[in-house]
Ligand binder design. Structure first.
Ligand code: NAD
Length: 379
C-alpha cells in the first residue's frame, strides 16, 4: 500500500486553483503513491475529474472521507478551522499556511497534533527552487498585474506610428523588483511600455536592466537573508519617499509589489503622490493583501481618486488558474519527494527543506518566529 495523498476542492472564496493537476498525479502514481481527488477539485482550473481518473487517481465525493483517509492532504489555501477539525494527530497537511496572518489557525493545527508544512517557509536555496511556490505564484501575479495596468489605462502601452500621428509609449513604474515585479516589468516591456523600476536590494539592478528597464536606486542596501528585504530606517524612508515622488507624477501606470516577509507591506505611494498623477493613470497594488504599498488601496476593490484608478487585487494567481495550478502542482509534487520514498511515507527530517518548512508537529509550533508570535499574543 502506497502513501495516501489527498487533493480536496479548495473552499475559500474565489479560489480557482488546485494543488495537483492530472499530469503531476500521473507522476506520483507511477512512483507508487495512492492519490485521491475530491470530485470537482480541478473544475475551477479546467481539469475535469475524468482526466484525474485517467491519471490514476481515485475520485471521492465525500469531503470527510477524503480528509480522514489521507496520510498527506495537499492544498493551495491554508486549511479552514472546519478542515483542520477533520484531521487527526499525525496527519500531514501541505500548502500555504500564512502563519503570521492567522494565529488561531496555527494553534488549532498544533492542538490537533497535525504535522503542517507551510510552502512560504521553504528555504530559498538552489535545491528548493523547483518547490518554491512563492516564486511560481508571484510570477503569475506579476504578469497579471501588468495586464491589469494595460487594460485599466486609457492609452496604449506601445509606441505607435499611425497616419493620425505618433503615439508615445506608456510610462510604467514598478516598485519592488522581486519575482512579481520582474515579471510585471518583462510583461510591460513586451507590450511596448517604457519601464522604470525601484527596489531596495542592489541585486535587483542588473535583473531590471537586463529586461530593458531603468533602475532607480537610493544607493542603500536593504538586502536580508534568503533574497528578501529588511525594513528601512526612518531616514531611509524619507529619502525613498522623495525618490518615488519624483517619478510617480510622470508615470501612466504604477505597479507595486514590495513586500517584507511576515510584516505589513511598506507604504510607498502616498495620497499626495497619487494626487499628482494625471487623470486616466492607474495604480495596481499587488501588496493589497498584506496592507498595500499605496495609502489609497482597498483590498479586493478598485477605487478612483481624481481620475486615477487604484486596483487592490487579492489572490491574483487564481485569475490565471491553469498555469498557476500547473506550476504549484510541480512545486508540491517535488516537495512530496522529500516526504515519500518508494511510494511509502518517509519524512526526511534531516533535510533542511523539510525541517525549515515545518510549522507544527506533535503538538508543538516548531517554526520559532510563529511560536514567539503565538506566545506573545497569549500574554
Ligand atoms: P518579496 O515578495 O518578499 O518582496 C518583493 C520585493 O519587494 C523584493 O524584491 C524586495 O526587495 C522588495 N522591497 C521590499 N521593501 C521595499 C521597499 N521599501 N521599496 C522597494 N522594494 C522593496 O520577495 P520575492 O520577490 O519573493 O523575492 C525577492 C528575491 O529573492 C528575488 O528577486 C530573488 O533574487 C530571490 N529569490 C531567490 C530564490 C532562490 O535562490 N531559490 C528563490 C526565489 C527568490
Amino acid at each position: 500500500m502506497g502513501a495516501k495523498v489527498a487533493v480536496p476542492t479548495e473552499v475559500s472564496m474565489d479560489e480557482r486553483r488546485v494543488a495537483l493537476v492530472p499530469a503531476t498525479v500521473a507522476k506520483l502514481v507511477s512512483r507508487g503513491v495512492d492519490v485521491t481527488v475530491e470530485a470537482g477539485a480541478g473544475i475551477g482550473s479546467y481539469f475535469p475529474d475524468d482526466e484525474y481518473a485517467q491519471a490514476g487517481a481515485h475520485i471521492v465525493v465525500t469531503t470527510g472521507e477524503l480528509w480522514r483517509g489521507a496520510d498527506v492532504v495537499v492544498k493551495v489555501q491554508p486549511p479552514l478551522a472546519a478542515e483542520i477539525d477533520l484531521l487527526r494527530a499525525g496527519q500531514i497537511v501541505v500548502g500555504f499556511m500564512e502563519p503570521s496572518r492567522d494565529l488561531d489557525r496555527v494553534t488549532r493545527l498544533r492542538d490537533g497534533g497535525v504535522t503542517a508544512f507551510a510552502m512560504e517557509l521553504l528555504p530559498r536555496i538552489t535545491r528548493a527552487q523547483s518547490m518554491d511556490a512563492l516564486t511560481s505564484q508571484a510570477s503569475v501575479a506579476g504578469y497579471r498585474a501588468a495586464l491589469m495596468a494595460a487594460l485599466g489605462l486609457g492609452r496604449f502601452f506601445p509606441m505607435l506610428t499611425t497616419p493620425a500621428g505618433t503615439i508615445r509609449p506608456a510610462k510604467v513604474l514598478v516598485l519592488g523588483a522581486g519575482v512579481a515585479g520582474l515579471q510585471a516589468i518583462a510583461t510591460s516591456r513586451r507590450l511596448g511600455a517604457m519601464v522604470e523600476a525601484y527596489d531596495v536590494r542592489p541585486a535587483a539592478k542588473e535583473q531590471v536592466e537586463s529586461l530593458g528597464a531603468r533602475f532607480l536606486s537610493l544607493e542603500i542596501d536593504a538586502s536580508a537573508a534568503g533574497g528578501y528585504a529588511r525594513e528601512l530606517t526612518a531616514e531611509e524612508r524619507e529619502r525613498q519617499t522623495a525618490l518615488i515622488g519624483e517619478h510617480v507624477a510622470g508615470s501612466d501606470a504604477v505597479i507595486t509589489t514590495a513586500a517584507i516577509p511576515g510584516r505589513r507591506a511598506p507604504l510607498l505611494l502616498t495620497e499626495e503622490m497619487v494626487g499628482a498623477m494625471r487623470p486616466g493613470s492607474v495604480v495596481v497594488d499587488l501588496a493589497a493583501e498584506s496592507g498595500g504599498n499605496c495609502a489609497l488601496t482597498r483590498p479586493g476593490e478598485t477605487i478612483e481618486r481624481g481620475g486615477v484608478t487604484v486596483f487592490g487585487p487579492v489572490n491574483v494567481p487564481s485569475l490565471l488558474p491553469v498555469n498557476a495550478s500547473e506550476t504549484y502542482a510541480r512545486n508540491i509534487s517535488d516537495f512530496l519527494g522529500l516526504l515519500i520514498s518508494d511510494g511509502e511515507l518517509a519524512l526526511r527530517w534531516d533535510d533542511e527543506i523539510v525541517a525549515e518548512s515545518c510549522l507544527t508537529r506533535d503538538g508543538v509550533i516548531v517554526h520559532e518566529p510563529t511560536r514567539a508570535l503565538v506566545e506573545g499574543s497569549d500574554r
